[in-house]
Every structure is written in structure tokens, then in C-alpha cells.
Write a protein that binds this ligand. Sequence first.
Ligand SMILES: [Zn+2]
Length: 228
Amino acid sequence: MKTFNPAKPDGENETLTIALPDSGTPTLGNTYQVPARCGIAVKMTAGQSIKITNPSGHQVCDFWAFYQHDLNEYLSMEHLRTSLGKIIPVPGDAIVSNMRRPLLTFLVDSSPGIHDTLIAACDHQRYQQLGCNDYHDNCTDNLRMALLAIGCQAPAIPSPFNLWMNVPVDASGNTSFEAPLCSAGDYVVFKAEYDVIIVLSACPQDITPVNGANCQPAPVDFMIFIDD
Ligand SMILES: [Zn+2]
């Protein structure tokens, strides 16, 4: 019987070849781009901040953080919702791990504040269920490949913090997949409270309208800096 290996992608894209140098070490103040449909991993040391920008205004970014010194500790949306008492964090909130430690602090949000903590990352199976016969780029594989590209292995597929993803919950508890509500150039900033590996995936979803009504995935930009 085939056993499940969380680190092994179901297919490939250029995520495997676009890693930052030195195993994901950024040059502070440089703006990097995550190409549409791809993922990138970047190392941050405690005290550094990351600014993630939505150039098109309609792109969702799946966002993960792993504790650099033990990848089995990572941001956990279910633990986060417990600590917050709500489903969407705002600036000032601690973003906690599965060990309930605040790996990050949410510092700034220039967008209307609509993000998602409920929905799993898209994956090979999701696109098969949506009717794709061939391989479709997906955020789960982007996470796996982005980590492989810096010499790491995904220990699991944690639920992502889906930046700008608009999944409203109505009074009856029903959810729907809607277009993002942000504008071109909107950004968020998180500060690392511990040494972390961040993984960003410019979600390749082009079947449901989560990346805008035109279903056209776009790039995401990011920069690591020290706020002083
Ligand atoms: Zn996705």
C-alpha cells in the first residue's frame, strides 16, 4: 500500500527552481516576486518583518510559517481561532503555532481586512474534484516544492492563513468563495517573534473566483526588513 508522504509533491512547476539563494536567505529591503501559480520559502530571524503586497489587488496568497529550528511547529489556524476568539486576525494580534506560541505578530493591514483561516490549501485532489484531468498547479505542492527548493521537507500540510481570500460565513453558517475585496497595492506586514521559515504561494486557483471574477492568477510581492 502506498503511504502518504506530506513532503512529496503530486507534480511539478517552476517553484523548484526559483528559491532565494543560501537556502532561502533574503537580502533585507529587496522586493521579491512570487510568480503567479508558484511558491517561495524565505527565512526570517526573530525581529525581522515581512511585507507582503498584492500588486493586482485580486490575488490570494496562501501563507505558512514554520519554526526554523523544528519544522514540526508551525502556524495553526485552529489554535489561532481559539486564541483570538474570532476567525480573522487583525493588526495587533499574535499569530500562534500548534504549540500555542506567537511565532508572528500581525502589524499592518492596508486592505479591508478580509482574509481566510477556514479553508484548506488547494491541492491535486481539489482540482481533480473540480474537473481537471491533467495536473493543475496547487498551493499544497507549492508549499512542498518551496521547502524542497531550500533543502527542507514539509512535515505536514498545515491549514494556511489565506491572505485576502474572501470566504464569507453567513448567519446560517454557510460559506461561499468570493473575489478578494482588496485594491491593487494593498499589503500586510508581520513581525517574526522567533526564527521562522515563511512560505508564500500565489494561489493558482482559476476555476473558482477566489482570485477575482476573471479567474486569472497573478504574482505576489514580498520584502523582508527590520523596522526601526
Ligand atoms: Zn491555492
